[in-house]
Structure formats: C-alpha cells, structure tokens
Design a protein around this ligand. Structure first.
Ligand code: B12
Ligand code: SF4
Length: 462
C-alpha cells in the first residue's frame, strides 16, 4: 500500500536496563505527545517509547524527532546514528540537547533549545523547503495560553500504569543549585489559563463515575475503584502550588470531577491548613516533596534556604493529618557528609512514617549551578552521561569514597523498601491511602531485593 503522508517518528529512547533495574509499573510521558499535538494533520505521526517498543530503523520515515534527558542522551545518539546512516533527517530536543547543543549537533541534524511547541511548525516548514537550521531556540517566556493538548492517544494505554499525566504550569521561582528547571523553563512561574486546564480536565474526566459505593470505599482509604476507572492524575509540574490561588481553582475542578491526584510541591504549603484541607477534599493522594537534606547548612549551600525554615517532621504530620501521603526525596553526597547519613535518612523516614522515601546521589547535571561549580573545582570525574542517573557518583566526593556512596545508597534503598520498613511506615499507621502506597513501595521492593552490595553502612562493623 502506498503511503501518501510523510511520516514523523517521535522517539523516546531507553537506556539498557538490567533485570535488577526494571520497574513493574511504567509511566507515560507528555513531551512527545505535546509535539505531536502541534503537528499539522497532513503528516503521519507515531510515538515510539523504546522502553516498550522495538525501533524499526528501516521504517519509511521522513523525519525522526528524539527526546532525551541526560542519562538517555548516549542512547539517543546511537539511535540518531542508525537513522542518519539510512539517510533520514534526525532532530533532537529536551533538557540535555538544550543544555549542550554543540555536543548534540555532532550526532543529529538539528537541535531545539527550549520548549518545542513554539518552533515546531517552523521546523517542519524549513525542512519542507530544504532549509533546516542547525539550531532553533524558543526561549522561556512564551505564554502557555492556547497550548494544544498533548496527543495522549498516540501512547498505548496497555503499556503504562492507569494514570493520566497533566501539566498546568512551567518554570519555578526558586534557584536550587542542582536543578535545571528554572534555568530551562525560566524563573517566571507561567500558568496555563484556568479555562484551558479546566476544559482539558473536563474532556478527560467529565461525565460518569458518580458511584456512591466507590466514594464510600475511598473514604475507608480504599481507592481501588479510582485506579480501575483510570481516574488518577499525576501533575508533572515541578511546583504545582507555587501560586496557591491558582492551584485552589484547579482543585475546585478536580473535586467536581471526582478524581484522585498527586503532584510535586514545596514543603511550605504544609503550614497552610486551609490549603491542605482543599487538597484533601479534591482527592489529593500524595505530595512529592524534595526535602533534599536534613541539615540546614546543606540546604543553604544548595540555595534551598526557604526549605531550611521549615520543620520537616511537623510538615509531614500536617500532610498526614489532612489525609495526604508524603513522597519524600533526599540527596546524599554533600561535602563533609559521612556514611552515617544513610542511617539518619532511614530513621527519619521511619520515625515520620514517610509513605514513600527515595534518596539520590547528588548529581551535577550540565547547565546547573552545581555543575559549573564542580567543573571549576575540577571535581567532575565521570563524563559518561549514562552514569548521570543519580545512582552513580560522578564527582569526587568528600567524606566518603565512591564505593561507600554508591553502595551506601543501594543499601539505604534495600532497607527503606524492606517488608519491615514498609510495615512500619505504611501498615502500622497513619494508613493514608495504604493501597496506593503499598503498590508503590512493593514495586521498589521487588527491584531492590535483587541488588547486591559490597558495602553496607547499616551493618555495625564494631
Ligand atoms: C515528571 C518528571 C519526572 C518523572 C517522569 C515522568 C514522565 N515519564 O514524564 C519521573 C519522576 C519518573 C522522573 C524521573 C527522572 N528525572 Co525527572 N523530571 C520530571 C519533571 C518534573 C517534568 C518532566 C516533564 O514532563 N516536563 C514537561 C515536558 C513538556 O517538558 P520536557 O520534557 O522538557 O519537554 C519540552 C522541551 O524539553 C522540548 N522537548 C523535549 N523533547 C523534545 C524533542 C523534540 C524533537 C523537540 C522539538 C522538543 C523537545 O519540548 C517539550 C515541550 O515544551 C522534570 C522537570 C520539568 N519541569 O521538566 C524533571 C527532570 C526532567 N528530571 C530530571 C531527572 C534528573 C530525572 C532522573 C534522571 C533522576 C531522578 N533521580 O529523578 C529520572 C530519570 C528518568 C529517566 N528517563 O530515566 C531532570 C533532568 C536533568 C537532565 N539534565 O537530564 C529534570 C529537568 C528535573 C531537574 N531537577 O533538573 N522525572
Ligand atoms: S523548588 Fe524544585 S523545581 Fe524549583 S528550583 Fe528547587 S528543585 Fe527545582
């Protein structure tokens, strides 16, 4: 059969993961669906998620469009090489290529720096006219009004957990030194018009689902019907509640639609009980909070002083008292930090019954303030981007060896996701949406139980 439309293949490449790195639950993504959403109808579009599909390099395609975060960049370059050898034009966007366009241009024909939607049609027109530029830059000040909705329909729902990803804002007013968000999306907190967010929510969840029995079960902490009915949203915004008035308007809509949801937010919202009440009433299951460090000095050193002002245990209790679970994340490997940090983070997670707790190794991503500082100090030891996955140490640590840091982290994950820890954090109490958190914790348990470590900081050597 002859195809008369030109085909654009959007690809999200995947790292080679060993069986000991594999999650049962897979998340979908929004960036390529957003770009597919602004692609004119006269093109044939397909999204390949390499985590789930095999790439057919001999497919008859006109254009390949790649996305990649830093640890995926090497694989993206391999994929680009395969297609270019077959004479196909390859372009690349995303955080990594935007930060290191010169590097990316050694592997692809064109690089998009910044948000793709605003330059995408121009790129297609240029390619049609045989005048594709090497770089396109979209800046970080675009209004989000009128943004076309992402083509979620191009991702096979069977491949992912029953969860809808959604974005309401871009940018973040804070300046944490390890984070690329405010550099990439800007310090200005840009919000989509409320009417557009509400219309998108309505189109996804409007109508149906008014089962009194499901709501009754949910009140007992059993949210299962919402998962089965796919009425679960993950707001991928870096900071969902930086403008609380705006967030409240969205929550009013979520309450009407009767859905469950979670988001990323900063710890300060815990000191606003009215806001927490509204979160709970609108179906919030969880808030993902980057606690990063238990030391105020470390928080200051990473330019996260606003968090140092908050009492973490009190904040977690406030979330729990409002029936909101806490997914806490931490970072280890600060200067002067020794191996006792692993035990401290573990104890903190248990004592405060963190519903989910994940710790990463400090990683200087290119383009961040942390990267520039470590580069200046000559402390970056690893240039293989695959290792920039926050489980490896890519710099010269101070206070621990690389092995202590990497295996200490793995041990921490093993203890955090052991049955006894899961029991103490979730089952014993406060039992905030226990089914949801059991599922989340169990998938980590099944992964970390296969891990082997040479060094375990939890074992008393004395
Ligand atoms: C949600 C999220 C996650 C979710 C992923 C959910 C999912 N499947 O989408 C989870 C929790 C799993 C996750 C994991 C990780 N994440 Co994350 N994550 C985010 C977050 C908060 C939002 C991502 C997002 O969807 N943004 C919205 C979309 C629309 O933006 P986008 O992907 O950048 O795409 C736009 C442009 O980049 C561009 N674009 C992108 N691709 C392409 C391609 C083409 C062809 C074109 C033209 C344009 C283009 O156009 C898009 C639309 O405007 C970002 C921060 C942020 N606000 O972006 C961090 C972020 C992307 N994550 C980051 C990191 C470090 C990670 C991890 C490596 C480490 C970790 N320990 O968490 C893992 C690795 C995951 C992996 N791929 O292996 C870093 C990336 C840094 C870097 N240099 O790579 C970020 C920027 C946060 C930060 N602190 O700096 N993450
Ligand atoms: S608050 Fe979160 S998104 Fe904002 S700069 Fe800090 S880590 Fe990045």
């Amino acid at each position: 059969m002859q195809r008369n439309k030109k085909k654009i293949l959007f690809i999200s490449p995947a790292r080679n993961r060993g069986p000991d790195e594999d999650f049962i639950f897979k998340l979908s993504f929004l960036n390529l669906p957003y770009l597919a959403g602004v692609t004119p109808d006269h093109y044939d579009v397909e999204i390949i998620d390499e985590e789930r599909n095999v790439i057919n390099f001999d497919d008859d395609v006109w254009l390949v469009a790649l996305t990649a975060q830093t640890p995926i960049a090497p694989r993206a370059y391999e994929v680009a090489g395969e297609f270019r050898r077959r004479g196909v034009t390859v372009i690349m966007g995303g955080v990594h290529a935007s930060t290191l366009p010169d590097e990316a241009l050694c592997h692809v024909d064109s690089v998009i720096i910044g948000e793709g939607e605003f330059v995408w049609r121009q790129i297609l027109d240029d390619l049609e006219a045989d005048s594709l530029q090497e770089r396109y830059s979209s800046g970080t000040t675009h209004s989000l009004a009128g943004l076309d909705w992402p083509r979620r329909d191009l991702l096979n729902p069977k491949h992912y957990i029953p969860l809808t990803l959604m974005e309401t804002t871009r940018g973040c007013p804070h300046h944490c030194d390890f984070c690329g968000v405010s550099k990439f999306f800007g310090h200005k907190y840009r919000k989509r018009p409320l009417s557009e967010v509400k219309a998108e929510l309505e189109s996804l969840f409007g109508g149906g689902f008014r089962h009194a029995f499901s709501r009754f079960l949910a009140k007992m902490g059993l949210d299962m019907p919402y998962f089965i009915e796919r009425r679960l949203i993950y707001f991928i915004d870096s900071n969902f509640a930086a403008d609380k008035k705006y967030a409240v308007s969205i929550m009013e809509e979520l309450k009407k639609l009767d859905v469950k949801w979670w988001c990323h937010a900063t710890v300060d919202i815990a000191s606003d009980p009215d806001f927490l009440t509204k979160m709970n009433e609108s179906g919030c299951l969880a808030v993902n909070v980057g606690f990063e460090s238990l030391s105020p000095e470390n928080l200051k050193s990473m330019h996260k002083s606003y968090a140092a002002k908050h009492d973490y245990p009190k904040a977690i209790k406030a979330f729990h008292d409002h029936n909101i679970g806490v997914m806490g994340t931490f970072v280890v490997g600060f200067d002067g930090e020794d191996a006792s940090i692993f035990r401290r983070v573990f104890d903190f997670s248990i004592d405060n019954q963190l519903d989910w707790s994940l710790t990463f190794i400090r990683t200087p991503y290119p383009g961040t303030t942390m990267y520039n500082k470590m580069e200046e100090e000559g402390r970056i030891t690893v240039r293989d981007w695959e290792k920039y996955d926050t489980l490896h140490c890519v710099f010269e640590p101070e206070g621990m060896s690389v092995l202590e840091l990497e295996d200490g982290l793995k041990s921490l994950w093993k203890y955090t996701f052991s049955m006894s820890s899961i029991y103490r954090r979730i089952i014993k109490g406060p039992r905030v949406h226990p089914l949801f958190y059991l599922g989340m914790n169990m998938q980590f348990l099944q992964m970390v139980r296969k891990w082997r470590v040479k060094y375990d900081p939890f074992v008393d050597k004395g």
